[in-house]
Design a protein around this ligand. Structure first.
Ligand SMILES: [Zn+2]
Ligand SMILES: [Zn+2]
Length: 396
C-alpha cells in the first residue's frame, strides 16, 4: 500500500468518525422533518433546522435562492479547487408525509457536507450543500438550474432511500399533462340527443392511450386518472378532467409521445363534439445520466463501509426525479440505499415507517459517509473531477 493510499484511508476514517459524532444531531433533524411533513415549496421548518446546523458548522448560508423561499445554498470554501455539491431534498408527499424518505436525504447530504468541509483546511475547493425543495412535483431543482445555482458546481451528489441498494440509478423523463373536456349537459333519458358527453370523450381518450401503449418503445410509461367524471347518472356529463404522465427513457422520445397523447385527446374531442383543453404542468423532468466515475468511487466507498449494492438492472423499477435535470447540467450521482425489505414499495405506509426507523437512520449515516468519502476522493485528487467532467461531456 502506498503512502498516498494510507493517507486517503486515514482521511476517510476521519470523515467517518466525524459523521458518527454528528449522528445525534442528524437523527434529531431527520426525525423532526419526518414528524413535521411539509409539501412542495412549503418546507420552511425543514430549511430552518438544516440551515441552522450548517451555520453552526461555519457554512455561509443563503436562503430563498433562485427566487424560491424554501431553497438554499450553504457554502464553505478555501481558494480555488473542485466545487462539490450535496443536494438535500426535504419535501413530503401530499397526504402521505415522508413516504419517500426525503428526511433521510436532507440529513445525509447535510452531514456529508459538514464532514467534508473539514478537509478544506488542508485542500483547496468548495463544499456546497444545496437545499432543493419540491421533488415530488414542482421541480425545485429545475428552478435552481434556471437560477444559475449549478453554474459554479463541478459535481452534484445525493442518495435516495429505497428497498434495495443500487449505485447507478435510472430515471425516466416525464411530462405532466392536464386535460379538461367540455360537452353539454342534458337529461340522460329525456333529452339524450341534446347532450354532448364529456365522459365519452374521456373514455375514448383513455382507450386510445391504452392502444398506444402497445406500440411504444421499451420503458415508456403512460398513466393517468380522471378527477371529474360527471355529477349524476341522469345528467349527461358536460365536464371531465384529469391528469396523465408521459414517461420515456429520453426527453426526445417523451416529447414524441406527448404529441401522440395530445392527438388522442384532440381526436376524442372531435369524435364526441366536445372541446378539450390541454396544459402541461411545470417543466418536464429529464432522464438520469449516470456518471461512471462518480458511481465507481461511491461504490468503492460504500463497500469499504460494509454496505454491498445489488447488481444493477438498468431501468428496472424506474421512476422519475428532477435530479435527472441536474445530471444533464453537471456530472451527477443518485444512488439508492435500502431502508426496507425488497417487497416494500416506495410511497407506501411501510416505507413511511422505514424512513423513521433504526434501519432508515443507519442508511442515512452510511450514505452520509460514502458521499463525504467520495467528496474526499475528488478534493484530494482533482484529476478525478476532470475525468468525471470529461465523461459528462461525451454524448451518451
Ligand atoms: Zn417520491
Ligand atoms: Zn423521492
Amino acid at each position: 500500500m502506498s503512502l498516498a493510499q494510507v493517507s486517503t484511508d486515514q482521511v476517510k476514517d476521519g470523515l467517518s468518525a466525524r459523521i458518527d459524532r454528528l449522528r445525534p444531531e442528524l437523527e434529531r433533524i431527520g426525525r423532526d422533518i419526518h414528524h413535521n411533513p411539509e409539501i412542495a415549496y412549503e418546507e420552511n421548518r425543514a430549511v430552518g433546522w438544516l440551515t441552522s446546523l450548517l451555520r453552526e458548522h461555519g457554512f455561509e448560508v443563503s436562503t430563498g435562492v433562485a427566487e424560491t423561499p424554501t431553497a438554499f445554498t450553504a457554502i464553505r470554501r478555501n481558494g480555488d479547487g473542485p466545487a462539490i455539491a450535496f443536494l438535500a431534498e426535504y419535501d413530503a408527499l401530499r397526504g402521505l408525509g415522508h413516504g419517500c424518505g426525503h428526511n433521510l436525504i436532507a440529513t445525509a447530504s447535510t452531514g456529508a457536507g459538514i464532514a467534508l468541509a473539514d478537509l478544506l483546511e488542508s485542500h483547496p475547493g468548495r463544499v456546497v450543500v444545496i437545499g432543493t425543495p419540491a421533488e415530488e412535483g414542482g421541480g425545485g431543482k429545475i428552478r435552481l438550474i434556471q437560477g444559475g445555482v449549478f453554474q459554479s458546481v463541478d459535481v452534484a451528489m445525493m442518495f435516495h432511500p429505497d428497498a434495495r441498494t443500487q449505485v447507478p440509478h435510472w430515471a425516466l423523463a416525464v411530462t405532466h399533462l392536464n386535460f379538461e373536456f367540455t360537452g353539454k349537459a342534458a337529461h340522460a333519458s329525456g333529452d339524450p340527443e341534446k347532450g354532448i358527453n364529456a365522459l365519452d370523450a374521456f373514455v375514448l381518450a383513455y382507450n386510445g392511450i391504452s392502444m398506444l401503449r402497445q406500440h411504444v418503445k421499451e420503458g415508456a410509461r403512460l398513466h393517468g386518472f380522471i378527477k371529474e367524471g360527471g355529477t349524476a347518472p341522469n345528467i349527461v356529463p358536460d365536464r371531465t378532467s384529469g391528469e396523465f404522465l408521459v414517461r420515456a427513457r429520453d426527453r426526445q422520445y417523451m416529447e414524441e409521445l406527448v404529441q401522440k397523447v395530445k392527438n388522442i385527446f384532440q381526436a376524442a374531442a372531435l369524435a364526441t363534439g366536445c372541446s378539450v383543453k390541454l396544459s402541461i404542468e411545470g417543466e418536464p423532468y429529464e432522464d438520469m445520466r449516470n456518471n461512471g466515475v462518480l458511481a465507481g468511487l461511491f461504490e468503492e466507498n460504500l463497500r469499504k463501509l460494509g454496505v454491498h449494492p445489488v447488481e444493477p438492472v438498468p431501468w428496472e423499477n424506474a421512476g422519475s426525479t428532477d435530479m435527472g435535470n441536474v445530471s444533464h447540467v453537471v456530472p451527477g450521482l443518485h444512488p439508492t440505499l435500502a431502508i426496507a425489505s425488497a417487497e416494500v414499495a416506495c410511497h407506501s405506509q411501510a416505507f413511511l415507517q422505514a424512513a423513521d426507523s433504526l434501519r432508515g437512520y443507519q442508511a442515512m449515516i452510511d450514505a452520509a459517509k460514502a458521499l463525504a468519502m467520495t467528496g474526499a476522493d475528488l478534493l484530494l485528487d482533482p484529476a478525478l473531477v476532470d475525468q468525471a467532467r470529461a465523461e459528462f461531456r461525451r454524448p451518451s
